[in-house]
Design a binder for this molecule. Structure first.
Ligand code: ADP
Length: 188
C-alpha cells in the first residue's frame, strides 16, 4: 500500500531523492546547528546551493539553535521545491528518552509551518532513521500516525503529503506502517 486518502489530503509513499521533488516544501532532517551535515541534509544543501545556508545562518543568529522537535522554513535555493522546512528529529537513545514525542513534534511543527505558509504539497524524508539511529519500523509508525492525526484534527490547505524514502528497506517499513494505519484508521 503506497497511498492513503485522509479527508482532502492524499498521503503518498515513494522511493527517491527528495532534492528532486517539486513540492511546495521539502522537509530537511537537519541538526540543531542548522549549518548542514550528512545524509539528506548534505544532499539538500549541495543541490540547493548557498542561499539555503545563508538563511539558516540568519535564523541561527536571531533565534539560536533549533531544538529537536521544532521547525523553521527557508528558501529552497536552486531546488525545484519552493521552500525547505528544516526540522530536527531525536537522536535514538534506546526509546525511553521521549524519542517518539520529539519525532512526532518534528512532523507536527513542519506541518504547522506548511499550514502557515498556505502550502498545498509537502514532502518528508524519513526523519531520524539515518545518522540519528531511530529504528525505521518504529519511526515509520510515529511518522504516519502523527501526520494522519494532524490532518484529521486540522484540515489543511495541504493536498498531498509525500514521504520520499531513499532506499527500499525504508519504503518497505513505511508501506507496512501505512497498512497498519489504514487497518486502525478508526482509532486515530
Ligand atoms: P537523521 O540524522 O535525521 O537520521 P539522515 O539524513 O542521516 O537524517 O537520514 C534520514 C533518512 O534520509 C535516511 O533514511 C536516509 O537514507 C535518507 N536520505 C538520505 N539522502 C536522501 C535524499 N537525497 N532524499 C531522501 N532521503 C534521503
Amino acid at each position: 500500500m503506497k497511498e492513503l486518502q485522509l479527508g482532502p489530503t492524499m498521503l503518498v509513499l515513494t522511493q527517491g531523492d527528495i532534492t528532486r521533488v517539486a513540492a511546495d516544501a521539502i522537509v530537511n532532517a537537519a541538526n540543531s546547528g542548522l549549518l548542514g551535515g550528512g545524509g539528506v541534509d548534505g544532499a539538500i544543501h549541495r543541490a540547493g546551493g548557498p542561499a539555503i545556508l545563508q538563511e539558516c545562518r540568519t535564523i541561527l543568529a536571531s533565534q539560536g539553535r533549533l531544538p529537536p522537535g521544532r521547525a523553521v522554513a527557508t528558501t529552497a535555493g536552486r531546488l525545484p521545491a519552493r521552500f525547505v522546512i528544516h526540522t530536527v528529529g531525536p537522536i535514538w537513545q534506546g526509546g525511553t528518552r521521549g524519542e517518539p514525542d520529539v519525532l512526532a513534534g518534528a512532523y507536527r511543527s513542519s506541518l504547522e509551518l506548511a499550514r502557515g505558509l498556505a502550502l498545498t504539497t509537502v514532502a518528508f524524508p524519513s526523519i531520524s532513521t539515518g545518522a540519528y539511529g531511530y529504528p525505521v519500523d518504529q519511526a515509520a509508525r510515529v511518522a504516519l500516525r502523527t501526520v494522519a492525526r494532524f490532518l484529521s484534527e486540522r484540515p489543511l490547505p495541504v493536498q498531498r503529503v509525500t514521504f520520499v524514502l531513499h532506499d527500499e528497506h525504508t519504503l518497505d517499513a513505511y508501506t507496512r506502517a501505512m497498512e497498519n494505519l489504514a487497518a486502525a484508521h478508526e482509532d486515530l
